[in-house]
Design a protein around this ligand. Sequence first.
Ligand SMILES: Nc1nc2c(ncn2[C@@H]2O[C@H](COP(=O)(O)OP(=O)(O)OP(=O)(O)O)[C@@H](O)[C@H]2O)c(=O)[nH]1
Ligand SMILES: [Mg+2]
Length: 350
Amino acid sequence: MRIAILGLPTSGKSTVFRSLTNQPGASAEEAVASVKVPDERIDKLSALYKPRKTIYASVEFLDLGAAAGMRKESSELGQRFLNAVRPAAALLHVLDGFSVPEAAAEAAAEAVQVIDTELGLADLAQVEKRLERLRKEGLKAVPAKQEAELLERVRAVLAEGRPLRSEPELARTEALRSFAFLSAKPMLTVLNTAEGSGEALLQALPAAVRAARQGVNGALLGMAGQLESEIAALPPEDARAFLADYGIAAPARERVLRAGYELLGLQSFFTVGEDEVRAWTLRKGGVAVEAAAEIHSDLARGFIKAEVVPWNTVLEHQGFEEARKAGKLRLEGKEYPVKDGDVISIKFNV
Ligand SMILES: Nc1nc2c(ncn2[C@@H]2O[C@H](COP(=O)(O)OP(=O)(O)OP(=O)(O)O)[C@@H](O)[C@H]2O)c(=O)[nH]1
Ligand SMILES: [Mg+2]
Protein backbone atom coordinates (compact mmCIF):
# COMPACT_ATOMS: atom_id res chain seq x y z
CA MET A 1 0.00 0.00 0.00
CA ARG A 2 1.41 3.36 -1.00
CA ILE A 3 0.74 6.81 0.43
CA ALA A 4 1.86 9.76 -1.69
CA ILE A 5 3.02 12.92 0.04
CA LEU A 6 2.03 16.21 -1.53
CA GLY A 7 1.92 19.87 -0.60
CA LEU A 8 3.10 23.30 -1.62
CA PRO A 9 6.83 23.87 -2.22
CA THR A 10 8.94 23.90 0.98
CA SER A 11 5.98 22.99 3.19
CA GLY A 12 8.15 20.27 4.73
CA LYS A 13 7.22 17.25 2.61
CA SER A 14 10.71 15.77 2.63
CA THR A 15 11.06 16.53 6.33
CA VAL A 16 7.82 14.68 7.06
CA PHE A 17 8.98 11.85 4.80
CA ARG A 18 12.19 11.56 6.85
CA SER A 19 10.27 11.57 10.10
CA LEU A 20 8.13 8.69 8.80
CA THR A 21 10.81 6.59 7.13
CA ASN A 22 14.19 7.69 8.54
CA GLN A 23 15.35 7.82 4.90
CA PRO A 24 16.47 10.84 2.90
CA GLY A 25 13.61 12.53 1.06
CA ALA A 26 13.40 13.32 -2.62
CA SER A 27 16.22 15.24 -4.26
CA ALA A 28 16.17 15.42 -8.05
CA GLU A 29 14.57 11.99 -8.07
CA GLU A 30 11.53 10.93 -6.14
CA ALA A 31 12.03 8.90 -2.95
CA VAL A 32 10.08 5.83 -1.88
CA ALA A 33 10.54 4.05 1.44
CA SER A 34 8.72 1.25 3.13
CA VAL A 35 7.85 1.43 6.82
CA LYS A 36 6.89 -1.54 8.90
CA VAL A 37 3.70 -1.18 10.88
CA PRO A 38 4.54 -1.79 14.52
CA ASP A 39 2.30 -4.46 15.99
CA GLU A 40 2.80 -5.95 19.43
CA ARG A 41 0.63 -8.92 18.50
CA ILE A 42 3.26 -9.90 15.94
CA ASP A 43 6.00 -9.25 18.51
CA LYS A 44 4.33 -11.72 20.86
CA LEU A 45 3.55 -14.36 18.26
CA SER A 46 7.10 -14.12 17.02
CA ALA A 47 8.48 -14.50 20.56
CA LEU A 48 6.38 -17.68 20.87
CA TYR A 49 7.30 -19.25 17.52
CA LYS A 50 10.84 -17.94 17.13
CA PRO A 51 10.37 -18.30 13.35
CA ARG A 52 13.11 -17.86 10.77
CA LYS A 53 11.28 -14.82 9.45
CA THR A 54 8.99 -12.29 11.07
CA ILE A 55 7.17 -10.06 8.64
CA TYR A 56 5.22 -7.00 9.69
CA ALA A 57 2.65 -5.25 7.56
CA SER A 58 4.20 -2.32 5.76
CA VAL A 59 3.24 0.94 4.17
CA GLU A 60 5.17 2.75 1.45
CA PHE A 61 5.59 6.50 1.43
CA LEU A 62 6.35 8.43 -1.73
CA ASP A 63 8.05 11.84 -1.70
CA LEU A 64 8.00 13.46 -5.12
CA GLY A 65 10.90 15.87 -5.48
CA ALA A 66 10.31 19.49 -6.36
CA ALA A 67 10.67 18.61 -10.05
CA ALA A 68 7.56 16.44 -10.02
CA GLY A 69 5.75 18.50 -7.42
CA MET A 70 4.12 21.85 -7.62
CA ARG A 71 6.13 24.77 -8.86
CA LYS A 72 6.32 28.01 -6.91
CA GLU A 73 5.38 30.20 -9.86
CA SER A 74 2.45 28.02 -10.89
CA SER A 75 0.51 25.69 -8.68
CA GLU A 76 -0.62 23.54 -11.58
CA LEU A 77 0.04 19.87 -11.18
CA GLY A 78 2.47 18.49 -13.73
CA GLN A 79 1.89 15.31 -15.69
CA ARG A 80 4.76 13.59 -13.93
CA PHE A 81 3.16 14.35 -10.61
CA LEU A 82 -0.19 13.00 -11.75
CA ASN A 83 1.29 9.77 -13.06
CA ALA A 84 3.22 9.19 -9.87
CA VAL A 85 0.28 9.88 -7.58
CA ARG A 86 -2.51 8.03 -9.39
CA PRO A 87 -1.58 4.54 -8.13
CA ALA A 88 -1.40 5.67 -4.47
CA ALA A 89 -4.01 4.31 -2.07
CA ALA A 90 -4.12 7.57 -0.12
CA LEU A 91 -2.65 11.06 -0.09
CA LEU A 92 -0.78 12.80 2.69
CA HIS A 93 -0.95 16.58 2.43
CA VAL A 94 1.71 18.48 4.37
CA LEU A 95 0.73 21.95 5.59
CA ASP A 96 3.41 24.46 6.58
CA GLY A 97 2.69 25.42 10.16
CA PHE A 98 6.26 26.31 11.10
CA SER A 99 7.62 29.04 8.85
CA VAL A 100 5.23 31.84 9.93
CA PRO A 101 3.50 30.47 13.04
CA GLU A 102 1.32 33.54 13.61
CA ALA A 103 -0.15 33.24 10.10
CA ALA A 104 -0.15 29.46 9.98
CA ALA A 105 -3.92 29.04 10.16
CA GLU A 106 -4.59 31.26 7.14
CA ALA A 107 -1.71 29.77 5.19
CA ALA A 108 -3.02 26.29 5.91
CA ALA A 109 -6.51 27.25 4.80
CA GLU A 110 -5.10 28.60 1.56
CA ALA A 111 -2.93 25.54 0.94
CA VAL A 112 -5.92 23.25 1.46
CA GLN A 113 -7.88 25.32 -1.02
CA VAL A 114 -5.06 25.25 -3.59
CA ILE A 115 -4.46 21.52 -3.36
CA ASP A 116 -8.13 20.55 -3.36
CA THR A 117 -8.75 22.82 -6.35
CA GLU A 118 -5.84 21.33 -8.27
CA LEU A 119 -6.84 17.75 -7.54
CA GLY A 120 -10.43 18.53 -8.52
CA LEU A 121 -9.36 20.21 -11.77
CA ALA A 122 -7.16 17.28 -12.71
CA ASP A 123 -10.12 14.95 -12.18
CA LEU A 124 -12.46 17.24 -14.06
CA ALA A 125 -10.12 17.30 -17.06
CA GLN A 126 -10.17 13.51 -17.11
CA VAL A 127 -13.95 13.37 -16.84
CA GLU A 128 -14.45 15.82 -19.67
CA LYS A 129 -12.02 14.09 -21.94
CA ARG A 130 -13.79 10.79 -21.41
CA LEU A 131 -17.27 12.28 -21.81
CA GLU A 132 -16.27 13.88 -25.07
CA ARG A 133 -15.00 10.58 -26.32
CA LEU A 134 -18.17 8.75 -25.30
CA ARG A 135 -20.30 11.36 -27.03
CA LYS A 136 -18.27 11.08 -30.20
CA GLU A 137 -18.92 7.39 -30.19
CA GLY A 138 -22.61 8.17 -30.06
CA LEU A 139 -23.68 6.85 -26.63
CA LYS A 140 -25.74 4.15 -28.28
CA ALA A 141 -24.62 1.16 -26.27
CA VAL A 142 -26.10 0.80 -22.77
CA PRO A 143 -22.71 0.59 -21.01
CA ALA A 144 -21.57 3.83 -22.67
CA LYS A 145 -24.77 5.54 -21.60
CA GLN A 146 -24.37 4.29 -18.05
CA GLU A 147 -20.78 5.39 -17.91
CA ALA A 148 -21.70 8.83 -19.20
CA GLU A 149 -24.41 9.15 -16.54
CA LEU A 150 -21.96 8.20 -13.83
CA LEU A 151 -19.38 10.65 -15.13
CA GLU A 152 -22.01 13.39 -15.18
CA ARG A 153 -22.57 12.78 -11.47
CA VAL A 154 -18.83 13.00 -10.89
CA ARG A 155 -18.69 16.21 -12.88
CA ALA A 156 -21.52 17.74 -10.86
CA VAL A 157 -19.65 17.14 -7.58
CA LEU A 158 -16.40 18.52 -8.97
CA ALA A 159 -18.11 21.51 -10.55
CA GLU A 160 -19.35 22.49 -7.09
CA GLY A 161 -15.72 22.55 -5.99
CA ARG A 162 -16.12 19.48 -3.83
CA PRO A 163 -13.60 16.62 -3.81
CA LEU A 164 -14.96 13.19 -4.76
CA ARG A 165 -13.88 11.81 -1.41
CA SER A 166 -16.77 13.79 0.09
CA GLU A 167 -19.08 11.39 -1.80
CA PRO A 168 -17.73 8.05 -0.56
CA GLU A 169 -20.27 5.92 -2.39
CA LEU A 170 -19.60 7.56 -5.71
CA ALA A 171 -15.84 7.55 -5.07
CA ARG A 172 -15.94 3.79 -4.47
CA THR A 173 -18.01 2.91 -7.54
CA GLU A 174 -16.38 -0.04 -9.25
CA ALA A 175 -16.97 1.37 -12.74
CA LEU A 176 -14.90 4.45 -11.84
CA ARG A 177 -11.99 2.57 -10.33
CA SER A 178 -9.80 2.69 -13.44
CA PHE A 179 -9.90 6.50 -13.47
CA ALA A 180 -8.09 6.54 -10.10
CA PHE A 181 -9.48 10.02 -9.43
CA LEU A 182 -7.14 12.01 -7.20
CA SER A 183 -9.80 13.88 -5.27
CA ALA A 184 -11.46 10.54 -4.47
CA LYS A 185 -8.46 9.24 -2.54
CA PRO A 186 -8.59 9.22 1.25
CA MET A 187 -6.72 12.29 2.48
CA LEU A 188 -4.50 12.47 5.53
CA THR A 189 -3.63 16.06 6.35
CA VAL A 190 -0.53 16.71 8.43
CA LEU A 191 0.07 20.11 9.94
CA ASN A 192 3.83 20.47 10.23
CA THR A 193 4.47 22.66 13.26
CA ALA A 194 7.56 24.09 14.90
CA GLU A 195 7.10 22.05 18.07
CA GLY A 196 4.87 19.72 20.05
CA SER A 197 2.09 17.82 18.40
CA GLY A 198 0.46 20.86 16.83
CA GLU A 199 -2.76 20.46 18.84
CA ALA A 200 -3.19 24.18 19.53
CA LEU A 201 -2.61 25.10 15.93
CA LEU A 202 -5.02 22.42 14.74
CA GLN A 203 -7.70 23.92 16.95
CA ALA A 204 -6.96 27.33 15.45
CA LEU A 205 -7.64 26.16 11.90
CA PRO A 206 -10.80 27.60 10.37
CA ALA A 207 -13.79 25.30 10.85
CA ALA A 208 -14.19 24.98 7.08
CA VAL A 209 -10.67 23.55 6.77
CA ARG A 210 -11.27 21.08 9.53
CA ALA A 211 -14.55 20.06 7.96
CA ALA A 212 -12.91 19.66 4.55
CA ARG A 213 -10.16 17.44 5.85
CA GLN A 214 -11.61 15.68 8.87
CA GLY A 215 -14.90 14.44 7.53
CA VAL A 216 -15.46 11.26 5.55
CA ASN A 217 -12.30 9.85 4.00
CA GLY A 218 -10.19 12.36 5.89
CA ALA A 219 -8.03 12.68 8.97
CA LEU A 220 -6.12 15.64 10.33
CA LEU A 221 -3.16 15.53 12.67
CA GLY A 222 -0.20 17.62 13.69
CA MET A 223 3.48 16.87 14.08
CA ALA A 224 6.72 18.72 14.57
CA GLY A 225 8.37 17.51 11.37
CA GLN A 226 11.89 18.71 12.02
CA LEU A 227 11.98 17.38 15.58
CA GLU A 228 10.31 14.10 14.62
CA SER A 229 12.80 13.55 11.79
CA GLU A 230 15.65 13.89 14.27
CA ILE A 231 13.92 11.53 16.69
CA ALA A 232 13.34 8.99 13.91
CA ALA A 233 17.10 8.72 13.42
CA LEU A 234 17.72 7.83 17.11
CA PRO A 235 17.94 4.30 18.54
CA PRO A 236 14.47 3.29 19.85
CA GLU A 237 15.25 3.70 23.59
CA ASP A 238 16.68 7.19 23.09
CA ALA A 239 13.73 8.07 20.87
CA ARG A 240 11.28 7.08 23.61
CA ALA A 241 13.08 9.19 26.22
CA PHE A 242 13.20 12.12 23.83
CA LEU A 243 9.50 11.92 23.03
CA ALA A 244 8.65 11.78 26.72
CA ASP A 245 10.77 14.90 27.31
CA TYR A 246 8.81 16.75 24.65
CA GLY A 247 5.48 15.45 25.90
CA ILE A 248 4.74 13.62 22.64
CA ALA A 249 2.74 10.45 23.30
CA ALA A 250 3.77 8.42 20.26
CA PRO A 251 6.17 9.05 17.40
CA ALA A 252 4.65 10.71 14.35
CA ARG A 253 5.29 7.56 12.34
CA GLU A 254 3.00 5.53 14.58
CA ARG A 255 0.29 8.17 14.65
CA VAL A 256 0.37 8.52 10.87
CA LEU A 257 0.29 4.76 10.32
CA ARG A 258 -2.61 4.34 12.70
CA ALA A 259 -4.54 7.18 11.08
CA GLY A 260 -3.73 5.74 7.64
CA TYR A 261 -5.03 2.29 8.57
CA GLU A 262 -8.16 3.80 10.03
CA LEU A 263 -8.67 6.06 7.03
CA LEU A 264 -8.28 3.23 4.55
CA GLY A 265 -10.49 0.96 6.64
CA LEU A 266 -7.80 -1.68 7.02
CA GLN A 267 -7.24 -4.45 9.50
CA SER A 268 -4.62 -7.15 10.06
CA PHE A 269 -4.74 -10.91 10.14
CA PHE A 270 -1.86 -13.26 10.83
CA THR A 271 -0.28 -16.50 9.68
CA VAL A 272 2.03 -18.38 12.02
CA GLY A 273 4.53 -21.21 11.78
CA GLU A 274 8.11 -22.23 12.57
CA ASP A 275 9.16 -20.77 9.26
CA GLU A 276 7.34 -17.49 9.30
CA VAL A 277 5.11 -15.31 11.46
CA ARG A 278 3.48 -12.72 9.32
CA ALA A 279 0.98 -9.87 9.35
CA TRP A 280 -1.29 -9.34 6.35
CA THR A 281 -3.48 -6.42 5.49
CA LEU A 282 -7.14 -6.72 4.60
CA ARG A 283 -9.96 -4.21 4.32
CA LYS A 284 -12.36 -4.18 7.27
CA GLY A 285 -15.30 -6.39 6.41
CA GLY A 286 -13.08 -8.47 4.12
CA VAL A 287 -13.96 -12.18 4.01
CA ALA A 288 -11.90 -15.36 4.30
CA VAL A 289 -11.50 -15.91 0.58
CA GLU A 290 -10.15 -12.36 0.20
CA ALA A 291 -7.71 -13.04 3.01
CA ALA A 292 -6.63 -16.14 1.11
CA ALA A 293 -6.13 -14.04 -2.04
CA GLU A 294 -3.84 -11.68 -0.12
CA ILE A 295 -1.56 -14.61 0.61
CA HIS A 296 -1.67 -16.20 -2.83
CA SER A 297 -4.16 -16.36 -5.68
CA ASP A 298 -3.95 -20.20 -5.59
CA LEU A 299 -5.26 -20.18 -2.03
CA ALA A 300 -8.30 -18.20 -3.14
CA ARG A 301 -8.86 -20.32 -6.25
CA GLY A 302 -8.62 -23.64 -4.45
CA PHE A 303 -10.16 -22.43 -1.18
CA ILE A 304 -11.72 -25.25 0.85
CA LYS A 305 -11.98 -23.78 4.33
CA ALA A 306 -10.23 -21.50 6.78
CA GLU A 307 -9.14 -22.47 10.27
CA VAL A 308 -9.46 -19.40 12.43
CA VAL A 309 -8.54 -18.48 15.99
CA PRO A 310 -7.94 -15.10 17.69
CA TRP A 311 -4.26 -14.25 18.15
CA ASN A 312 -4.51 -14.10 21.95
CA THR A 313 -5.98 -17.62 22.07
CA VAL A 314 -2.89 -18.82 20.20
CA LEU A 315 -0.78 -17.18 22.89
CA GLU A 316 -2.87 -18.60 25.73
CA HIS A 317 -2.46 -22.11 24.38
CA GLN A 318 1.14 -21.55 23.35
CA GLY A 319 0.59 -22.37 19.70
CA PHE A 320 -1.87 -22.84 16.84
CA GLU A 321 -1.69 -26.67 16.99
CA GLU A 322 -2.12 -26.56 20.77
CA ALA A 323 -5.18 -24.33 20.30
CA ARG A 324 -6.49 -26.94 17.86
CA LYS A 325 -6.04 -29.71 20.46
CA ALA A 326 -7.94 -27.57 22.96
CA GLY A 327 -10.80 -27.35 20.43
CA LYS A 328 -10.38 -23.61 19.92
CA LEU A 329 -10.07 -23.49 16.12
CA ARG A 330 -13.16 -22.60 14.14
CA LEU A 331 -13.77 -23.87 10.64
CA GLU A 332 -15.01 -21.10 8.41
CA GLY A 333 -16.08 -20.83 4.77
CA LYS A 334 -15.27 -18.34 2.04
CA GLU A 335 -17.73 -15.74 3.28
CA TYR A 336 -16.51 -15.59 6.88
CA PRO A 337 -15.90 -11.91 7.78
CA VAL A 338 -12.30 -11.80 9.01
CA LYS A 339 -11.74 -10.04 12.33
CA ASP A 340 -8.78 -7.87 13.23
CA GLY A 341 -6.22 -10.11 14.93
CA ASP A 342 -7.43 -13.44 13.54
CA VAL A 343 -4.78 -16.10 13.02
CA ILE A 344 -5.74 -17.97 9.88
CA SER A 345 -4.71 -21.16 8.14
CA ILE A 346 -6.21 -21.73 4.70
CA LYS A 347 -6.93 -25.26 3.50
CA PHE A 348 -6.94 -25.38 -0.27
CA ASN A 349 -6.68 -27.66 -3.24
CA VAL A 350 -5.57 -26.67 -6.73
N1 LIG B 1 11.83 24.83 12.03
C1 LIG B 1 11.31 23.95 11.20
N2 LIG B 1 11.77 23.87 9.97
C2 LIG B 1 11.26 22.97 9.13
C3 LIG B 1 10.24 22.06 9.55
N3 LIG B 1 9.92 21.27 8.51
C4 LIG B 1 10.70 21.68 7.49
N4 LIG B 1 11.52 22.69 7.85
C5 LIG B 1 12.50 23.38 6.99
O1 LIG B 1 11.83 23.92 5.87
C6 LIG B 1 12.61 23.73 4.69
C7 LIG B 1 11.83 22.96 3.65
O2 LIG B 1 11.57 21.65 4.13
P1 LIG B 1 11.49 20.42 3.14
O3 LIG B 1 11.14 19.25 3.97
O4 LIG B 1 12.67 20.33 2.29
O5 LIG B 1 10.24 20.87 2.29
P2 LIG B 1 9.68 20.22 0.97
O6 LIG B 1 8.21 20.42 0.99
O7 LIG B 1 10.19 18.85 0.80
O8 LIG B 1 10.31 21.18 -0.14
P3 LIG B 1 10.35 20.92 -1.73
O9 LIG B 1 10.55 19.48 -1.95
O10 LIG B 1 11.50 21.76 -2.17
O11 LIG B 1 9.04 21.44 -2.22
C8 LIG B 1 13.88 23.03 5.12
O12 LIG B 1 14.90 24.00 5.30
C9 LIG B 1 13.51 22.42 6.43
O13 LIG B 1 14.62 22.27 7.30
C10 LIG B 1 9.78 22.13 10.90
O14 LIG B 1 8.93 21.38 11.36
N5 LIG B 1 10.36 23.10 11.68
MG1 LIG C 1 11.22 17.95 -0.81
